[in-house]
Design a binder for this molecule. Structure first.
Ligand code: SG7
Ligand code: ZN
Length: 262
């Protein structure tokens, strides 16, 4: 197998066996999780994230098919300040989707057991470490914002058009293209003030337990046709269409999920 790990076991180590090679994947603060709304703790001290430069116009961003997902490199000029004053800078964003059978959703986080069609991750690093490479091994190194995307039959989202039409240029693993004139803010939900937050991990090997997660309460919306284009667009090392690239939800163990809304 060309891949060191996979979700299904078709190609490389399957999900349930990740801990054999990547011990952190068997840890007690793993991601994703099911957010059980009745068990979420409201915290009035959590402020909206202070987000800077996400709406910058005219960006040229490189997008790559890495064999597991499509990933867009973000400039480190976008930054987010957490309630506790920590500043995180952007590194990349990527997507998790389903689609193995039509109607199969592929978000990683679920809300009361409900899985959304797609989940977008914006990976950030703690700016006190100066670079992503230095932050990635630190216990407080990373923060990921998660955007849940739902499908409404005919609601075309024009803010996703550039991204979706460029997918044909990254059909094969290893290919890279350039996105022009995307506005990242517009790909996020309308309401970015309200979020769930908890301490977790990377959702892929090595499953490092150093990620502070922020899952927006509001979701973004795309059309069914747009979702299908994403689900059918890109292929892995074996030229199999990449589908169902999400990890099963993990036990909460000794953790609390907080929210800044009641
Ligand atoms: C995706 O998810 C990729 C990975 C990412 C991983 O497979 O975008 O990124 C690279 C550079 O391959 O891993 C370290 C990292 O960002 C896990 O990220 S996630 O927890 O946000 N899903
Ligand atoms: Zn991810």
């Amino acid at each position: 197998a060309l891949s060191e790990w996979s979700y299904s076991g078709d190609d490389g180590l399957e999900e349930s066996r990740w801990p054999e090679k990547y011990p952190s994947c068997g840890g007690e603060r793993q991601s994703p999780i099911d957010v059980k709304r009745r068990e979420v703790h409201f915290s009035s001290s959590l402020l909206p994230l202070h987000m800077v430069n996400y709406e910058e116009e005219g960006l040229e961003l490189s997008m790559t098919n890495n064999g597991h997902t499509v990933q867009i490199t973000l400039p480190n000029t976008m930054s987010m300040r957490d309630s506790d004053g920590t500043v995180y800078r952007t590194k990349q964003m990527h997507f998790h989707w389903g689609g193995r059978d039509s109607e199969i959703s592929g978000s990683e986080h679920t809300i009361d057991g409900m899985r959304h069609a797609i989940e977008i991750h914006l990976v950030h690093f703690n700016e006190k470490y100066e670079t992503y490479e230095k932050a990635v091994d630190q216990p407080d190194g990373l923060a990921v914002m998660a955007v849940l995307v739902k499908v409404e039959d005919y609601t075309e989202n024009d803010y996703y058009s550039t991204f979706i039409s460029e997918l044909e240029n990254v059909k094969y693993t290893g290919q890279t293209t350039t996105l022009r004139n995307v506005n990242i803010r517009n790909m996020l939900p309308g309401d970015i003030r309200h979020y769930y937050t908890y301490q977790g991990s990377l959702t892929t090997p090595p499953c490092t337990e150093n990620v502070k997660w922020f899952v927006f309460q509001d979701s973004a919306t795309i059309s069914k046709a747009q979702a299908e284009r994403i689900e059918n667009a890109v292929m892995d090392h074996h030229n199999q269409t990449i589908r169902n690239g999400y990890r099963r939800t993990q036990p909460l163990h000794n953790r609390v999920v907080e929210a800044n809304f009641p």
